[in-house]
Design a protein around this ligand. Structure first.
Ligand code: FAD
Length: 473
């Protein structure tokens, strides 16, 4: 590819700033336009998730651009889920039976700022803030912008335009409204929305509850989660229906009702949140949705990446990781011998879309799992068994969660197919009595024998799935 071409990136969020950095490192001329002010100078966190779970696929991308050593100090390891029941009892459920497998809590602003610093340090990367893209003329490689400071509109051409402008992408809207080619687009909202709250640091600056876990108060039809921040606080997120159930976002309208709701369902959390009412009435309630679309590109002129191409609900903690992985996968193709952007974009979408569709579906599954199943006895038995497999036979077994979260060397689709087959195998075998309970987790011979049975049943299910799929075609 010709390095003298200018690549225009719309959106300097997590994906856009990483992409700018990588393309800049490769020697392309990169020009980035971001709607918001520079987050390194102005606090713009309101309304967006403050911290995120960052894991192996994201780490792989940071290693690609050589900055993982700078990201690491921003991370708080979370070794498992701390489950809080309605009585206030807690149980730590590790994410994996392997010690080196954990996820990290990271501040969106800190990570984005680091990526912007690194990208901007390159002479061939320019970033313009307060520039909103209003539409893209994808046939003529030209984007239209509104510059807030001057209240002025202008347009800018580039050889290649990449939209990393998030779930409400202006480039995607231009594809849709342009009606110049067959563009498939779906946006599915959950009936639940989310609101961010907080647990402030203790008076001595420490953490008010266990630091190294993702806390979950799962209550079947709604849930609360909390992730730690470096300053000793936790960012707490309430996921709740807009209109169903005794308590919902539409009817939590008075301080009395909010307090009654929290004291009934989240009593131990409420004790840590004297600031609840301030947060609740100050912070917005936002919707949660899945966006799927195709194609992601128009000829060799424009391309969608990150949430702009595939926004997902946050329950697998993978939206950012998947957007970073987009950049890793895109980067790999730049090493191949493509002579034009159109073939590269086509190859990218062909290879990648099956994986982003898979993580979108897995994220919806996990919504139900986190709300309810984590409290369910058979689910816990399955989890205990998988943990024992992972601990005793680390090379032979990885749970679905581990395949998705900790194995950056396989795609999401492969992780989904194998993970779902394993889940089905174990749950069926537990339900049918093919795996004896109580589980003999300390007996290695029993474990090895059971693992072999699970593996055989998993292969059987995968084979059945393959046959069913071939018959459909
Ligand atoms: P964004 O981060 O949305 O960035 C888009 C950028 O484009 C923004 O800077 C925006 O200002 C800019 N922009 C938008 N429109 C325009 C325009 N017209 N012109 C110019 N600029 C524009 N992911 C995880 O991996 N782990 C998690 O734990 C996790 N938790 C989440 C929790 C919640 C509640 C939510 C909502 C999401 C969560 N995610 C998580 C998902 C993650 O936030 C996204 O997948 C990620 O931010 C996608 O990055 P992006 O750069 O594609 O989009």
């Amino acid at each position: 590819m010709n390095k003298n071409q200018t690549i225009q990136i719309i959106g300097a969020g997590l994906c856009g700033s990483l992409l700018a950095l990588r393309l800049g490192q490769r020697g392309f001329k990169v020009e980035v336009f971001e709607k918001r002010p520079d987050l390194r100078k102005v606090d713009i966190s309101a309304g967006r998730s403050i911290n995120l779970a960052f894991s192996n696929r994201g780490i792989k991308a940071m290693n690609m651009v050589g900055i993982q050593h700078k990201v690491e100090p921003l991370c708080i390891p979370m070794h498992g889920r701390m489950l809080h029941d309605i009585e206030g009892n807690t149980l730590l459920s590790p994410y994996s039976g392997k010690e080196n497998e954990y996820i990290n809590s990271i501040s969106r602003t800190d990570l984005n700022a680091l990526l912007l610093n690194e990208a901007e340090a390159l002479n061939n990367v320019t970033i313009h803030f307060n520039h909103k893209c209003t539409s893209v003329d994808f046939e003529n490689n030209r984007s239209h912008f509104y510059k807030y400071e001057d209240k002025a509109e202008f347009s800018k051409p580039a050889e290649v335009i990449i939209g990393t402008d998030g779930a409400g992408s202006a480039l995607r809207k231009s594809y849709y409204l342009g009606k110049k080619f067959l563009f498939s687009f779906s946006q599915d909202y959950l009936t639940h929305g989310y609101k961010e709250l907080s647990i402030l640091p203790a008076e001595n600056g420490g953490f008010k509850t266990f630091k190294n876990a993702l806390h979950i108060w799962g209550r079947d039809s709604f849930m609360l989660i909390a992730l730690p921040n470096l300053d000793g606080s936790f960012t707490v997120t309430l996921f709740l229906s807009y209109e169903d159930g005794e308590y919902n976002f539409n009817n939590l309208t008075t301080p009395e009702r909010v307090t009654a709701f929290f004291s009934t369902y989240f009593k131990d959390a409420l004790e840590l949140m004297p600031n609840l009412l301030d947060d609740f009435f100050k912070n917005p309630t936002s919707p949660l949705g899945t966006v799927k679309c195709s194609p992601w590109h128009y000829k060799g002129n424009t391309l969608l990446l990150g949430d702009a191409a595939h926004a997902i609900v946050p329950f697998y903690g993978q939206g950012m990781n998947a957007s970073f992985e987009d950049v890793t996968e895109f980067d790999k193709l730049l090493d191949e011998n493509f002579t034009d952007w159109e073939s590269l974009f086509k190859a990218f979408e062909t290879g990648r879309k099956k994986d982003t569709d898979a993580i979108a579906d897995l994220a919806i599954d996990n919504f139900h799992e986190m709300k309810g199943h984590v409290n369910n006895a058979i689910f816990r038995e399955k989890r205990n068994l998988e943990m024992a497999f992972e601990k005793n036979f680390p090379k032979s077994y990885a749970s679905k969660y581990a395949l998705v979260t900790f194995n950056e060397n396989i795609g999401y689709r492969e992780a989904m197919l194998r993970g779902r087959a394993q889940d089905k195998a174990i749950l069926n075998m537990l339900a049918d009595g093919d795996i004896e309970t109580p589980l003999k987790l300390d007996n290695k011979t029993w474990l090895e024998h059971t693992l072999k049975q699970v593996q055989a049943e998993t292969e059987h299910i995968l084979e059945e799935d393959r046959i069913a799929k071939n018959m459909q075609h």
